[in-house]
Design a protein around this ligand. Structure first.
Ligand code: GLC
Length: 430
């Protein structure tokens, strides 16, 4: 246990050192030099004003599901009306045995079902609905409606998409299936989150950051010099990482080996496996079924969340949870469960600390490291929203990095809801 605790405890000086190196990589990325942080121009030059009106759709392809969102914008001071339809993406469609046609065909089918559910029956001659496509992967964007996938992340490996324009692939699938939508914009989820935050929190002007901390982890910020939103793709950061033996194994067993080093230390897709691998390291005599380690769906971030929330004596709820796993774990003593819980805490605290460190690097890049002007950071994602003190830990570490008492710090971290999808619809509308 001692080694695992030591490995996951990052002192402030270490976080500062990492933020220096991250900032350097960001600057290299911006200059177009070789860098593990790509700093991609999102081509979003215009933020919505709140005066937009009309019906807009967004398709949000996240880490595990596709959501079709219909929003009716009603102008200033009127809350938009939002409806959503969500489908889990079958694992098979993410694997290399699936083709682009399969994946985008599935999105088109889901869009059709959603349209019917929302009673949007297209009238003859009424044209296609404008749609913003949230595509949460690294892509270059020569124009707002183009997105060339650089490489997959978060366990996706569908063939025939890397190097292609996902706007074209989506439009072709929609046309093939006669689903009347016209792709008007493509957005990374962090960009969508930033756009949404800009409407709800106008006091920061354009000093905005959008962060996703869910299956994957990434941030976008508004660059006042270039007047554009930069999708950092900070998950790709690969230098000077506090990698443990468990992290190395996770990387080796992932389809994108050697890539997304930073993301693999903090995001939800890897958390469950990380906890179990560290438990195995701390207590080698415990038998943890290999199946639970081989399939990230069987023990994941939602399980670690439930374990951390367990307040019962002897961690009784955790016992039930472990017995309910497939395959079950039914031989853990109360002490084993406590160790498991401690490891969940260590892993999540490290995740929050690293995310705060990366945010600090972005604030420095924006020239806001003094935190004397209002900056709004909109955050969304399943890991951030876990109700186990993650948010508090992130804010605590950021305050320490900024050398600020919470009351002096003008960087406000706000929750955003549905931002990634809604943001894409707003970009189309703006
Ligand atoms: C991965 C993707 C990135 C996305 C993030 C959050 O890091 O590469 O584009 O924003 O996950 O979903």
């Amino acid at each position: 246990m001692q080694q695992v605790t030591f490995d996951h405890t990052l002192p402030m000086w270490r976080l500062r050192e990492m933020s220096n190196s991250m900032l350097e990589e960001m600057r290299k990325g911006l200059r177009g030099e070789e860098s593990s942080i790509k700093m991609l121009d999102s081509s979003v030059r215009k933020l919505p004003t709140g005066k937009e009106t009309g019906v807009f759709y967004a398709f949000d392809l996240g880490g595990t599901s596709i959501r079709v969102i219909r929003t009716e914008l009603r102008g200033p001071n009127e809350k938009e009306i939002v409806k959503a339809h969500k489908m889990k993406i079958p694992r098979g469609l993410m694997q290399t045995t699936a083709t682009a046609e399969d994946l985008f065909g599935f999105i088109a089918d889901t869009a059709k079902t959603a349209m019917e559910k929302f009673d949007d029956v297209p009238q003859p001659g009424s044209g296609a609905f404008p749609v913003g496509f949230t595509f949460s992967f690294p892509m270059t964007q020569p124009a707002i409606d183009k997105g060339i996938l650089l490489h997959w992340t978060k366990g996706f490996d569908t063939q025939g998409v890397v190097g292609k324009d996902v706007g074209v692939l989506l439009q072709q699938a929609l046309d093939r299936k006669n689903v009347p939508f016209k792709v008007g914009a493509i957005c990374n989820d962090t960009v969508g989150t930033l756009v949404c935050t800009s409407l709800a929190h106008s006091s920061s002007g354009d000093r905005l950051i959008g962060v996703i901390l869910g299956t994957g982890c990434n941030a976008a910020y508004f660059d006042p010099g270039e007047q554009t939103v930069i999708n950092t793709e900070w998950g790709g950061y690969n230098k000077d990482l506090p990698t443990t033996a468990a992290d190395t194994l996770i990387d080796q067993e992932s389809p994108n080996r050697g890539q997304q080093g930073f993301e693999k230390l903090i995001s939800g897709y890897y958390l469950g496996k990380m906890v179990l691998l560290n438990l195995r390291r701390a207590k080698p005599l415990l038998k943890i079924p290999d199946e639970l380690l081989a399939n990230v769906d069987l023990f994941n971030g939602s399980h670690t969340n439930q374990i951390l929330k367990d307040q019962t004596p002897g961690l009784h709820k955790t016992d039930l949870l472990l017995r309910g796993l497939e395959p079950p774990i039914d031989w853990f003593t109360a002490e084993d469960r406590q160790d498991l819980r401690n490891i969940c805490e260590l892993v999540l605290n490290r995740s929050a600390d690293l995310c705060a460190m990366a945010l600090y690097a972005v604030l420095r890049q924006m020239g806001e490291e003094q935190a004397t002007r209002n900056v709004t950071v909109g955050i969304d994602g399943s890991v951030y929203k876990m109700d186990i003190g993650y948010k508090e830990r992130l804010k605590y570490t950021l305050n320490r990095l900024l050398f600020k008492e919470p009351t002096e710090n003008r960087v406000s971290i706000v929750d955003t809801e549905d931002g990634s999808g809604l943001g894409a619809a707003l970009v189309v509308a703006a």
